[in-house]
Design a protein around this ligand. Structure first.
Ligand code: PHE
Ligand code: ZN
Length: 849
């Protein structure tokens, strides 16, 4: 049943829960069509609340019976739950409900995936399991009994009695319902063990479907590394006797940090060299770490309400990024994160879906698990750390864990520990949480008599609901280079707080070349009138790896913009500079592979839009093709040399060193393919012994229009491996010529292996179309129509995944009138669909504006 009129929830309406819960007992009698859930919940009045109204959330539940202190009651069934008269004193609520996991395709609550039972409760899925105050500030201990026929039955916490027909679990740590989890099925474990720093023996398991046992070793090692790292860097120890991870095929997101029982999208945990790329391995390591780190930042200390989501997500993303930087290469991680931030978060922050880190209202909270909350949330933590310094950051975190353990907290609680430790007023810094939009930072400079001055101006464009913005605190890391390329001033952090502010450097022998916003010290768009000579100089000499990369990126971008707007030829300065960079064997191969990347089509479209032009997706694509071709010719000999030099002969390891070498060799292969027509790529494809090599070769062949044989072979080889077949769907669409992309995507949606019930497959197909911008925005409108058709079909099946994918349309106002008209028609068609979900209605309405 759909809500008649979706309600908007406001942060300003927050009130504490009227009743608190001490203990919860749940019994599950598992059945695909009629699972019984029997709850016994100990409530007591919350002294912090005036109201004695009693409301329990509940959705899609069949209430069989309800009792208060043993007496049968008949609650008022209302929209989204029930109300009941209850004592103004502690009481016991007992209820029995029936649910149908096999019918649950939305993948929220208790559902079935490949024959196994599993749950997803964040954010508001628990209310589809039983009646409960399903809010994050209601924390309780849970005891769970699962009755069923399946060999493995898991829940949170530590195991209790277990027989063939039932299993009991007890979680001693109070938690909100969104961290509840249950899994039952025919699963096998890849076991492990860990001893914590204080000597607790922890049993580790990764549970998978039989047949997948061989793909767990990497994730297990990642888990142990994460546990060690959190002890060493944050002093945080694990707190239960077991830690279980389960892989499920049907999952809306990447993974979920349920207490002691993390549930993962199988794509984010299963790995083998033959089936996973280096990038997959790195992502798995990061997500395992992320979910594990939530045990402290999210679970032991949780969020008071969903508006505070970035309290746990921003911090945990920041922590997992630190972990990856420590395990691998810090500069490579930073550059990759900034590429992703610009691609997803800047795009969001500069369009109709822009929202503050802490939104003021929402209709469907699932729509706020965004790049802003996660990635910008992490950037803000990074800025805070840069402003207060490493030592104060460590102290503030210790205080945070000490003071708030077991609590449901707010951004205010978080900032207060920093204020106390440093004595700083973070009032202005807090604007990062309330103002949406990406600040523009304009810089100019002058030099007289040994004194160099940088003049900064900041300004944040309007975003929905926020026409005017106040200046924010910007930590601007700056270094200065002398004309000979030597660094004459090491990195210092300038703290900008005003709309306009200047900073001077004295005692300089000559006008320096500035390296501004080193390590991308603030998530802003830097605007500086400079020239290609300076960019090439920084690419050659900057000691800051991020800005070195950034200089090359800017050089490429300006050349491309000139090609698009003025029909210029590829820029010789760029070609020479990039060749010199790629040839420099003293540089990390992974860095060089990144520096051989080009700005994305979407980046270029946004830049053109920012500069007052209407981007033409086809022209952008053509300019990139022309530049790639020119670069391949320019670097022909170098490409052959790099390709040979960076072949890895040692047995496959997914570590930073080997994956960096493979990344550079594969970047060279892409260059070679443009001059040899695909011969080398075909040889690599035929000889590949790992997925990184196989997929890179397939991608080159597809781009060269020579992919038919390899595509057919790939399918035959991998038809039984779902995760690899996802790649097969995606590759064909992402690499399709823009003229063909919608046709290829449409044909693939008719393939027998396409099914919309599996979110991974849906994303691999329709998400890939959106990731081929020239194809998606083809002037025919075929891409728009195909995506809208599928969103309309998917919505009743899985609203959450549908709503997320609507963001493919979020950039529509950048484009020309014809495209805008076509997109508006599709958005209106979606909105006019009867019974459209609350999730999709909210997203499409916000995008439509
Ligand atoms: N909390 C999860 C994470 O950050 C993400 C998630 C949200 C998963 C909602 C499922 C549903 O790791
Ligand atoms: Zn998270």
């Amino acid at each position: 049943m759909k809500d008649a009129s979706p309600q908007t929830i406001y942060l300003s309406d927050y009130t504490p829960p009227t009743y608190l819960v001490d203990q919860v007992h749940l019994t599950f009698r598992l059945h695909p069509e009629k699972t019984r859930v029997i709850s016994r919940i100990e409530f007591r009045p919350n002294p912090a609340s005036q109201s004695r109204e009693f409301f329990l959330h509940g959705e899609d539940l069949r209430l069989i019976s309800a009792r208060i202190d043993g007496q049968e009651v008949s609650p008022d069934m209302v929209q989204g739950g029930l109300r009941c008269d209850v004592p103004d004193a502690p009481f016991v609520w007992e209820a029995e409900v029936e649910i149908a996991p096999a019918q649950n395709t939305a993948l929220e609550g208790l559902y079935m995936s490949s024959g196994m039972y599993c749950t997803q409760c964040e954010a508001e899925g628990f209310r589809k399991i039983t009646y409960y105050p399903d809010l994050p500030d209601v924390m309780a201990t849970f005891t769970v009994r699962i009755e069923g026929e399946t060999p493995v039955m898991l829940s949170n916490g530590n195991p209790g009695a277990t027989r063939a027909s039932f299993a009991e679990w007890h979680d001693p740590w109070p938690k909100p319902a969104y961290l509840f989890a249950l899994v039952a099925g025919d699963l096998v474990s890849h076991p492990g063990a860990f001893t914590t720093q204080s000597g607790r023996q922890v049993e580790l398991n990764i549970w998978v479907r039989p047949g997948d046992e061989g793909k767990c070793a990497f994730a297990m090692e990642a888990l142990k590394k994460s546990m060690t790292w959190d002890e060493q860097v944050y002093g945080r120890e694990y707190d239960l006797d077991v830690f279980n991870i389960v892989a499920v095929d049907d999952f809306n997101m990447g993974a979920m940090e349920n207490k002691g029982l993390n549930i993962f999208n199988s794509s984010c945990v299963l790995a083998s060299p033959e089936t996973s790329t280096d990038a997959n391995f790195e992502r798995i390591e990061a997500i395992i770490a992320h979910e594990y780190f939530h045990n402290w930042t999210g679970n032991r200390i949780t969020c008071r309400d969903w508006f505070q989501l970035c309290l746990k997500e921003g911090l945990t993303v920041y922590r997992d990024a630190q972990f990856t930087a420590d395990m691998r290469s810090a500069p490579v991680k930073r550059i990759s994160d900034v590429i992703a931030l610009r691609a997803r978060q800047f795009r969001e922050d500069n369009g109709p879906l822009a929202h503050p880190l802490r939104p003021e209202s929402f209709v469907e909270i699932n729509n706020f698990y965004t790049a802003t909350v996660y990635e910008k949330g992490a950037e803000v933590i990074g800025m805070l750390k840069r402003l207060v310094g490493d030592a104060a950051y460590a102290k503030a975190l210790d205080l945070y864990f000490d003071r708030h353990d077991g609590q449901a907290c707010t951004i205010e609680d978080w900032l207060a520990v920093f204020e106390e430790v440093t004595g700083r007023d973070l009032g202005q810094f807090k604007r990062w949480y309330s103002q949406a939009g990406t600040p523009r930072l304009r810089v100019s400079d002058d030099y007289h008599d040994g004194t160099y001055t940088l003049h900064f101006e900041q300004d944040t464009p309007p975003t929905p609901g926020q026409p005017d913005k106040a200046p924010q605190v910007l930590p601007i890391a700056v270094g200065l280079l002398g004309p000979n390329g030597d660094e004459v001033r090491a990195t210092t952090v300038l703290e900008m707080t005003e709309a306009k502010q200047s900073f001077t450097f004295d005692g300089l022998a000559a006008r320096p070349i500035p390296s501004i916003l080193r390590d991308f010290s603030a998530p802003v768009i830097l605007e500086r009138d400079t020239d290609n000579a300076e960019r090439a100089f920084l690419l050659a000499h900057d000691t800051d790896p991020f800005n070195k990369w950034e200089a090359g990126r800017a050089l490429a971008r300006e050349g491309l913009i000139a090609m698009i707007l003025d029909g210029a030829a590829p820029d010789a300065a760029y070609l020479d500079a990039v060749q010199a960079m790629a040839r420099d064997d003293s540089l990390d191969p992974a860095f060089r592979a990144l520096a051989l990347g080009l700005p994305s089509q979407d980046d270029l479209a946004q830049t053109l839009h920012d500069r007052g032009h209407t981007p033409d997706p086809q022209a952008i694509w053509e300019a990139l093709e022309t530049l790639r071709q020119a670069r391949a010719q320019h670097c022909q000999d170098l490409a052959v040399r790099l390709y040979a030099q960076y072949q890895v002969d040692a047995p496959y390891r997914p570590d930073a060193e080997q994956s960096g070498a493979r990344a550079l060799a594969n970047a060279a292969l892409a260059l070679i393919t443009r001059t040899d027509g695909g011969a080398q790529a075909q040889r690599q494809y035929d000889a590949a012994t790992n997925m990184t090599q196989q997929l890179a070769a397939l991608s080159c062949l597809l781009q060269a229009g020579k992919g038919d044989a390899a595509t057919a072979q790939f399918y035959d080889q991998w038809r039984d491996d779902r995760l690899v077949i996802d790649k097969w769907f995606m590759m064909q669409i992402i690499n399709a010529d823009p003229e063909e992309a919608a046709t290829v995507a449409k044909r693939l949606t008719q393939h027998p292996d396409f099914g919309m019930k599996n979110p991974n497959r849906f994303r691999a197909t329709l998400g890939a179309l959106a990731a081929n911008p020239a194809g998606f925005h083809h002037a025919s409108g075929a891409g728009y129509r195909l995506l809208a058709d599928w969103l309309i079909w998917l919505d009743p099946v899985n609203p959450q995944t549908t709503a997320r994918m609507c963001s493919a349309f979020e950039t529509w106002k950048r484009y020309d009138d014809q495209r805008q008209t076509m997109i508006a028609q599709e958005l209106d068609r979606i909105l006019a669909t009867p019974d459209l979900s609350r999730d999709t209605t909210e997203m499409v309405s916000r995008i439509r504006g």
